[in-house]
Write a protein that binds this ligand. Structure first.
Ligand code: TRP
Length: 520
């Protein structure tokens, strides 16, 4: 099996794919929205600490895990911790699948806006009969009218189809796609940032982004925000980097790959933050902290206020979002396909058809156009409300739980010293011994404290979502949370308990000699 496992054609292909996965909506808009919500410059301290102390070590571990076991995420963890490890790996993939489903729905809205930039998005106002509103200024009006129309369901199917086309022959087709997408993303971002900074007053946004505020770092909420941002942005806790790493040659340099990917990702994030903040300041727009508002109203409003070439810049912005988003969503589709194929030996076609079918259904739920809340200040439709609720659990809690448990498994059971030796055997940059303690103690402890504080606050104070003014469906917040936890646990249990075709690979014993790759 190992002799036939596909391999990246070049190291460049792998780095483009890994950075394409990492760079996404998270970098372009979620970062700016989160940074603004937590006081812009104040966000940087927790963000950088999360990046260096948690992000890079976890990224290198996830890649190395795949590179060493040459298996997808559940099977990799299974080789370290047996069935419980595999169960947990499937749970992580299912949690990530929830995120992917709403991520694709957001991409469908991006497609709708992209079409809108050809004309209707820039008109004065749009009528919103479904909300009982005669006219609402654009781009907000255009966005909500799209949200409350059934058309988005078609766009959802289109985006899933695009995903399936790119993943149709696994990393071969992924590599071709990212060779086009990733350079174009950098080019488009370059155009936007030059435009943003050269606008009058644009530089004031830059000052705000870089004015530190140490007081705010005392708020545990900021740490949860920064930590989740790092996990999401670097695609950690999705099982993606393990799947991508499993297609690397045996002697790959994981430390180098991880550091390069992290630098590309955070460099892009920094540029995007500069572009967005300068745009906002140039036009004196007060951002709404929500990520959706940032992407769909605030930035387009800034673009609409530009002196010239509004349509062109609008088009470039949404095309950038679409390409960046697709190069991320395909990576999870591949992580799931490789896990299913590794375990059940299904054909790629069958696996992709089933995965995309389920994906279309799930993403459609987040696109349901029924208006359940006429207050436009909140979520409006049933789909967007569900998205907000599931995002809260799968993103702010799920990813961090995955990070916590995977560090414990790799740190104590593999254990970390062995992973470090394996990485260092092929790496120019040697991981220092403190790496072991980061994985074993520091990261799990930090994540546990953050998770426990937030969850405690939530269970004893206000449960997320119960303050929404929902016209009906008041039990939705609790139902969504239960659905998320119930379906991921049941699904993971089901997938683990089925007998796979391939014999499970032997456990990675601590003293096991490195495997010699089969000659083909
Ligand atoms: N890192 C991506 C971002 O910053 C998020 C992401 C990566 C993602 N892989 C994904 C989202 C798969 C959904 C599905 O936007």
């Amino acid at each position: 099996m190992e002799a036939t496992r596909a391999q990246w054609k070049s190291k460049l292909g792998f780095v483009l794919a890994a950075s394409g996965s990492a760079i996404g909506l998270g970098n372009i808009v979620f970062f700016s929205a989160n940074a603004y919500a937590y006081g812009a410059g104040a966000f940087y301290l927790p963000y950088l600490v999360s990046l260096f102390v948690v992000g890079i070590p976890v990224l290198v571990s996830e890649m190395a895990l795949g590179g060493e076991t040459r298996r997808a995420f559940p099977q990799s963890l299974g080789r370290i911790a047996g069935r419980p490890g595999e169960l947990f790996g499937w749970w992580a993939l299912l949690n990530a699948a929830f995120i992917t489903m709403y991520y694709v729905t957001i991409l469908a809205w991006v497609c709708g806006m992209l079409l809108g930039t050809l004309g209707p998005l820039w008109t004065e106002a749009t009528a919103l009969p479904a909300f009982g509103i005669d006219s609402l200024p654009n781009p907000v009006g255009f966005f909500f009218s799209m949200l409350s129309s059934g058309w988005v369901l078609v766009l959802v199917a289109v985006v899933w189809l695009l995903n399936a086309v790119i993943v149709r022959r696994g990393i071969a087709t992924i590599e071709s796609a990212v060779k086009v997408f990733v350079p174009l993303m950098w080019l488009f971002m370059g155009i936007l940032i030059v435009r943003g900074i050269t606008l009058p007053h644009g530089e004031e946004g830059v000052y705000l982004l870089f004015t530190p505020d140490f007081q705010i770092a005392r708020d545990p909420g900021v740490w949860q925000g920064a930590m989740s941002q790092i996990f999401f942005s670097l695609s950690l806790g999705f099982g993606i980097m393990t799947a991508y790493g499993s297609y690397l040659p045996k002697d790959a340099d994981h430390a180098n790959n991880g550091i390069v990917t992290a630098c590309l990702n955070c460099g892009f994030e920094l540029l995007a933050g500069l572009a967005v903040f300068s745009l906002l300041f140039a036009f004196a727009i007060v951002p709404q902290a929500s990520t959706i508002a940032m992407m769909f109203f605030v930035v387009p409003q800034g673009i609409a206020a530009m002196p010239a070439a509004v349509k062109l810049f609008g088009f470039v912005f949404f095309l950038l979002l679409l390409m960046a988003g697709l190069s991320s969503s395909i990576s999870l589709l591949e992580a799931i396909c490789s896990a299913v194929i590794d375990k059940f030996g299904w054909s790629r076609k069958k696996t992709l058809t089933i995965a995309c079918g389920i994906g279309i259904l799930g993403s459609s739920a987040f696109a349901l156009p029924q208006v359940i809340d006429r207050g436009l200040a909140s979520n409006g439709t049933l789909g967007l409300t569900l998205l907000d609720l599931i995002d809260h659990w799968a993103f702010s809690y799920g990813l961090l739980v995955v990070g916590l448990v995977e560090c414990l498994i790799v740190g104590w059971l593999l254990p970390a010293s062995r992973l470090r030796q394996m990485v260092n055997a092929n790496s120019r940059f040697r991981l220092p011994a403190v790496f072991d303690w980061l994985l074993k103690v520091v990261i799990p402890l930090g994540l546990a404290v953050i998770l426990a504080t937030s969850l405690w606050g939530e269970l004893t104070g206000t449960f997320y979502g119960t303050t929404f003014t929902l016209d009906w469906a008041g039990s939705l917040p609790v139902a969504a949370a239960l659905f998320w936890i119930g379906s991921t646990i049941l699904g993971a249990w089901f997938l683990t308990s089925r007998r796979g075709v391939a014999q499970p690979a032997p456990r990675l014993e601590p003293a096991e000699a490195p495997e010699v790759p089969h000659a083909s």
